[in-house]
Ligand binder design. Sequence first.
Ligand code: SF4
Length: 342
Amino acid sequence: MEEKGSIFQTTMDSEVIAHLLARSPKKDAKEAMVWALSQLEGAYSLVLMVNHMLVGARDTFGWRPLCLGRFDGAYILASETCALDLIGAEYVRDIEPGEVVFIHKDKIESIKPFNKTPCAFCIFEFIYFARPDSNIFGFNVYTARKTLGEQLGREFPIPADIVMPIPDSGTSAALGFSKATGIPYETGLIRNHYIGRTFIQPSQLVRDFRVKIKLNPVKEVLKDKRVIVIEDSIVRGTTSRARVKAIREVGAKEIHMRVSCPPLRFPCFYGIDFPTKKELIAFKHSVEWVRDFIGVDSLEYLSLEGMLKSMPCAKENFCTACFTGKYPIKPSTRLSKEILEE
Ligand code: SF4
């Protein structure tokens, strides 16, 4: 597109769509939208305003959620249903994979202009990204996470005094683990709610500092205890390591980490600002190495089969590329090839 004259102001992929819309040969706004989307390959769940028209579109694989709600006679589009709950709106339905909706005042027009493909719902939405009070792909996130924890408890039980989550995303899985093993659930770390996630912070220095101020251990809960810590996932390993250190410092006797997904080994090319392969600790290192780096007495990850079995719909519907390297659409751009070869 740059060779044809496009000048990009950002690195956001949605800017590519704006450029495509601007250079569409179609004059009609709806036709231009369909033309622009037909040029794309990969993941998108979009909400756009074109003059007085609201447009919602989801790629044919359905990687990311997108739902339709209604409030006071008006239609609403949102990624997650929790957004509807906040304003008291009613959930109507999901925008389907490959569907484009045009909303004008109280009228909605739905089309499916693209060839059907298999579904590739992002399984990591259920593990980490989405809020537990949301329903995505037709199912509740909290329930799915709790089921992942139950499966983890069945796969890797170990004698211990308490089960605790790394808050907040490990909470539902820790409840499931506790239910499956009968080991009492406790809150061993208290989260500071005034700062955001550390996963996508740009530099290691900023990440390390934020880890320190983010979670505070409860000494009275942890001292002299054999503790099972539930993580939703391990990306670089540095945040888990800092949390384990904090738990040890207040006197935990044993720390066993259980992770409610398999090792993350491959980058994501479907709309997530994921670390490169080199930065993913499980890409380069064995489970034993990661265990020593994090500083726990034992470390186990949920199996791929266990993760898929815990999902509320058929395993064929999911993208698992960051765990398996099996990409539903082969990364084909120069940049993605470089990232994969690094
Ligand atoms: S690669 Fe992983 S994070 Fe990306 S869409 Fe697939 S499952 Fe989700």
